[in-house]
Design a protein around this ligand. Structure first.
Ligand code: SIN
Length: 313
């Protein structure tokens, strides 16, 4: 019986499994990161960090139901120095993605420079899509000119790490085309799409109230309910982006078939958020087994056999 190969390659970064955690899901503290190290995830992604530690928004700020989740976390994190110190002290063969989300463009430049000094970090995932910083009016990923100027400055820095960006969901062709046009101008290694759908609302009908407190109950929606938007963004970006830019799919993964679908639409790897929070660290073993089983049925022996092969009827 031929072995099924679920290893992958994100622009030269080798992962022994194409399944990893999404930034924000159980990856903020030393304990959570240590659990990820021991798990079968193919890489480690940290919580999006800022320069200084942050407590984040008031609680309750996360809620999940059968097909989705809503959050307005507000970037609670231990600060970049903690993440760099922790990561530089570990031994692992898993690639490490440091997620950063500066509160200003200048803070992002500083975070990138600090990350460049780390010996262990393989890639920086710049979060251009956090929907929950209450003082900010816009999500950076929707400000096209600002993103262009920001990336121009990022690639003037002396970068020693792979640089990727995490994008918000886009809902029309032109936005995806325009963002891809901008991205294609820079030596970006990967994009991660999508972050949660911003400005969602979930309510408790009995209590007649919102389920989370910050931002009047509005927050980013994740989980099964957003899978179709993730697939659409992955599929469209894969047709507009330079072929050397990898796509990491994120959004609505709770089964091996969901992973297959993301890869079929053009993702080289996937991130799991809501389902990881729901199920805990064993989710990586279950998803890996389900994916392998499904590939066996399809007679695929490597994810390279079907990446981006969705039939366009
Ligand atoms: C948060 O901490 O508010 C979530 C971060 C994100 O969705 O990018």
């Amino acid at each position: 019986m031929k072995k099924i190969d679920i290893t992958t390659n994100i622009n030269g970064i080798r992962l022994y499994s194409c399944i990893m955690n999404a930034s924000g899901a159980l990856c903020s503290t030393e304990k959570e990161l240590s659990n990820l190290l021991k798990s079968s995830s193919g890489a480690i992604v940290t919580k999006s960090c800022t320069d200084k530690p942050r407590k984040g928004n008031i609680k309750p700020r996360y809620f999940e139901w059968d097909i989705g989740s809503i959050n307005s976390m507000g970037l609670p994190n231990l600060g970049i120095d903690f993440y760099i110190n922790f990561l530089d002290g570990i031994t692992t063969n898993k690639p490490i993605f440091l997620s950063i989300s500066g509160l200003s463009l200048e803070e992002n430049y500083l975070l990138i420079q600090k990350a460049n000094s780390s010996t262990k970090i393989n890639a920086i995932e710049i979060n251009l899509s956090c929907p929950n910083i209450l003082k900010k009016k816009e999500i950076l990923g929707y400000e096209f000119d600002t993103v262009y100027n920001f990336l121009k400055n990022v690639f003037r820095l002396n970068n020693k790490k792979h640089i990727g960006i995490k994008l918000p969901p886009y809902f029309n062709d032109n936005d995806i085309r325009n963002m891809a046009f901008i991205i294609n101008k820079f030596p970006i290694s990967f994009i991660t799409c999508i972050n949660s759908l911003p400005n969602g609302l979930f309510i408790n009908s009995i209590k007649e109230s919102t389920v989370i407190y910050p931002n009047k109950g509005f927050g980013g929606i994740g989980g099964t309910i957003i899978k179709s938007f993730a697939l659409a963004n992955i599929f469209k970006f894969s047709s507009f982006l330079r072929k050397d830019i990898s796509i990491i799919g994120c959004g609505g993964i709770s089964s091996g078939i969901d992973i297959f679908d993301h890869i079929l639409c053009g993702a080289s790897a996937v991130q799991v958020g809501t389902q990881f929070i729901k199920e805990g660290i064993s989710v990586f073993d279950r998803l890996k087994n389900e994916l392998i089983l499904f590939l066996k049925k399809k007679k695929y022996y490597s994810i390279n056999n079907f990446i981006g092969n969705l039939n366009k009827n």
